[in-house]
Design a protein around this ligand. Structure first.
Ligand SMILES: Nc1ncnc2c1ncn2[C@@H]1O[C@H](COP(=O)(O)OP(=O)(O)OP(=O)(O)O)[C@@H](O)[C@H]1O
Length: 375
């Protein structure tokens, strides 16, 4: 069989920057973003408020023009091409549904405007309402007669019925309460898989990005701090910002006592030590000061000092919070800093430790990751 041509990336940003002028000040909203999103990918832009996610999305849509750099859609340079001539659609947090039209007409609107034949409209809208699970009596209701989640699904159906090559979603679940938001996360993912359209998803919710995305770009102050799969980003955060923004991290630091076999050993307190695998892009020698992180669920609480092959940090239990399936422990360590441990409440884990106990924290060095030099 002949090998198929590699498909061009669906969306490509090359050196894209956006500077706004606001009351005489120049605001660097996006500061040189390079990324390539593949066809059919569920791609998230994740970061805190003001980091430039929405501006990046609006430049892909064509609602904003970059100050610098180029936007390519399906291999074609569309910088300067107006939004309505780009083969992408956007879904807003506010849904922007027509209040006087019922569900069917809201979804059919774009097709009617493009003078698609009536029979085809009926078939396409009907099929789309099936996909978003609104094919029953809801199809004749107006937006005000629908729940938030149902309105969200109408907005989604309306955007997808035009068969865009990519759908851009700006915090689409932001207006929903927690339970509905979690239910809709699963729904959105299912719909995306079913229609096979590229999704670019903006969110400041790390849990949402981790559960839904094929890949995530973590943004901070207009730049991409890290780009990778949810697992890569969670297990190997490249920077202190990524380590702290996504999940909970214990940050430790100190002077490197020894480097061997691609690992650095750092003393911790009078009798503890931490071992950390080194990354090629982060060269470190004995005497350098290094910061590293370890996730709370990777750490075990043990009564005795662990062997030299494991990391071992001594401390006193200062807080125990029982959460049903797990217990969170806070440990004041010998260097005075606090560490957090999440322990599953398995049958064998009953009463691991109580407040005031002196314990050892132990973990496999594979779970320590170096995040940068310490000043
Ligand atoms: N039209 C504008 N004029 C001036 N500054 C703007 C404009 N739009 C956005 N900004 C600024 O650009 C920066 C990035 O904004 P952007 O909306 O892209 O961030 P965001 O990550 O989407 O934030 P949020 O999650 O709060 O929506 C912010 O500092 C914002 O104040």
């Amino acid at each position: 069989m002949a090998q198929s041509e590699p498909r061009p990336d669906e969306i490509e940003l090359a050196g894209v920057a956006k500077t706004y002028r606001a009351r005489g000040d120049m605001v660097g909203a996006v500061r040189g973003v390079d990324l390539a999103i593949a066809s059919g990918e569920f791609f998230s832009l994740l970061g805190p408020s003001g980091c430039g996610k929405t501006t990046t999305l609006r430049m892909i849509a064509g609602f904003e023009e970059p100050t610098d750099g180029r936007v390519l859609l399906h291999g074609r340079d569309v910088t300067g091409v107006p939004a309505h001539r780009r083969d992408v659609n956007m879904v807003f947090q506010s849904y922007a549904l027509f209040p006087h039209m019922d569900v069917f007409e809201n979804v059919a609107f774009g097709l009617r405007r493009r003078r698609v034949p009536k029979g085809e409209i009926r078939a396409r809208v009907g099929a789309m309402l099936e996909i978003v699970d609104l094919a029953g009596g809801e199809r004749r209701r107006r937006p005000a007669e629908l729940s938030g989640g149902q309105q969200q699904r109408v907005a989604l159906a309306r955007a997808l019925v035009n068969r865009p090559r990519a759908l851009l979603l700006d915090e689409p679940l932001g207006a929903l309460d927690l339970r509905l938001r979690q239910a809709m996360q699963g729904e959105l993912k299912r719909i995306q898989r079913e229609v096979g359209v590229t999704f670019v998803y903006v969110t400041h919710d790390q849990g949402e990005a981790l559960t839904m995305s094929d890949r995530i770009a973590v943004m901070n102050e207009g730049r991409i701090e890290q780009l990778g799969t949810p697992r890569e980003i969670y297990e190997r955060p490249a920077t202190r910002f990524a380590a702290e923004f996504i999940g909970t991290s214990n940050l430790l630091g100190g002077e490197v006592a020894e480097v061997s076999g691609g690992r650095a050993v750092i003393s911790h307190g009078p009798d503890g030590h931490v071992i950390v695998p080194l990354r090629p892009e982060l060269p470190v020698g004995a005497g350098d000061r290094l910061e590293l992180a370890v996730r709370p669920e990777k750490i075990g609480i043990v009564p005795e000092r662990p062997g030299a092959a494991l990391c071992g940090v001594r401390g006193t239990v200062s807080e125990v919070v029982y959460l049903g399936t797990s217990t969170n422990y806070t440990i004041s360590t010998a260097t005075g800093s606090d560490m957090v441990v999440f322990a599953q409440n398995a049958a064998s884990a009953d009463g691991v430790a109580v407040r005031g106990d002196t314990v050892w924290l132990s973990w496999d060095p594979r779970h320590s990751y170096a995040i940068g030099a310490l000043k």
